[in-house]
Write a protein that binds this ligand. Structure first.
Ligand code: ATP
Length: 315
């Protein structure tokens, strides 16, 4: 019994960690079928109409545990092909929005059917009513901290689209500006990475994740900007790559730095699970609220060492 329990328990812990870091390791999900909390409705059909992949959160309430509501009446729309950025202090619920969109959890407060759950739609379809696999197929995630498989770089990028040719993998790596680095390693694309292989820096790992996502070419993108300080050259390069990856994709950007959000279609300022302010960069500056305050503070501290929102918000 103990022998059976330990691996299952380990898988449970691993699954929760993966969920928390937002990775899309479907391979792991297959192994952990029994851990799934979310099941398809009988007769669920795949998502359709993804050429116009508008994402909508409509009056979403959510709690991981009944006793502690996390999101309160959250509504916003990411029009097809546009980027909506979410900023706010640590713990305000930014990553939770991404986890719900990827359907790691369903909306609502567990055990409280009297609280309206609201809904999340993609191309007008409630994501609870369609197959979970089609939702995940439609979304590419570039997490803050990419977990790499203990395998070759080629495998780690190619995982984005199983069956990809080497040429396609290289093309994605070039677009994510990681090709040069890969070629500089002794075994090139056959270099083993991950815990037991070559250790990559945060920026390199994020580029591998961008290459993987470019290869997957999903209509919807979730980008969780790294909070850890990359050096500023690396930071700018990643932002440029992100911009090209997000072109024409419906993008939810969880941002930690002001320079990333300036061009977003809409910026949501979250606080304690609520949207406190919303608008374009200029609208929010004109409003003179929390965002404008953060912007002013950041201007004072200078561009060279751009602080994170969490820092300028003093939380
Ligand atoms: P950060 O910027 O630090 O990543 P965030 O704004 O993304 O923070 P979330 O990760 O969405 O914040 O967390 C929102 C709240 O939900 C936090 O109070 C957190 O403790 C809680 N929370 C997150 N994951 C879980 C979980 N699996 N179970 C219970 N509570 C959770």
């Amino acid at each position: 019994m103990i022998q059976l329990y330990i691996p299952l328990n380990f898988l449970g812990v691993l699954y929760r960690e993966i969920k928390q870091s937002l990775t899309d390791l479907d391979k792991m999900f297959a192994l952990m079928e029994r851990e799934r909390e979310i099941a398809d409705r009988p007769g669920a059909q795949p998502l359709a109409g993804l050429e116009q992949a508008t994402v909508r959160f409509e009056h979403v309430n959510f709690a991981y545990e009944a006793s502690r509501p996390i999101l309160h009446d959250v509504s916003f729309e990411i029009p097809a092909g546009k980027t909506v950025a979410v900023v706010g202090p640590s713990g305000s619920g930014k990553s939770t929005l991404a986890r719900l969109l990827y359907r790691f959890y369903d909306v609502g407060i567990p055990g409280h059917p009297e609280v309206p759950s609201g809904r999340i739609t993609i191309a007008g379809q409630d994501i609870r009513a369609v197959t979970q696999s089609s939702v995940r197929q439609a979304i590419g995630i570039v997490p803050q901290d990419t977990v790499l498989f203990n395998d070759t770089v080629e495998y780690n990028i190619g995982y984005g689209r199983p069956g990809s040719s080497r040429a396609q993998i290289e093309e994605a790596a070039r677009a994510a500006r990681i090709h040069g680095f890969i070629e500089s390693t002794p075994k090139g694309y056959q270099t083993m990475v991950g815990e037991r292989g070559l250790k990559l820096s945060g920026g390199e790992k994020q580029r591998v994740a961008i290459a993987r996502t470019l290869l997957k070419d999903p209509p919807i993108l979730i980008f969780d900007e790294a909070t850890s300080a990359l050096d500023s050259a690396n930071e700018r390069a990643i932002q440029a790559e992100l911009k090209s990856a997000a072109q024409n994709k419906t993008t939810l950007l969880i941002a930690h730095r002001l320079s990333t959000v300036v061009d977003a279609h809409e910026i949501l300022v979250m606080d304690a699970g609520r949207i406190l302010e919303r608008g374009s960069h200029n609208e929010l500056l004109a409003r003179g609220g929390r965002y404008a305050e953060m912007w002013a503070l950041q201007q004072q501290s200078g561009e060279a060492a751009e602080p994170r929102f969490e820092e300028v918000m003093g939380m």
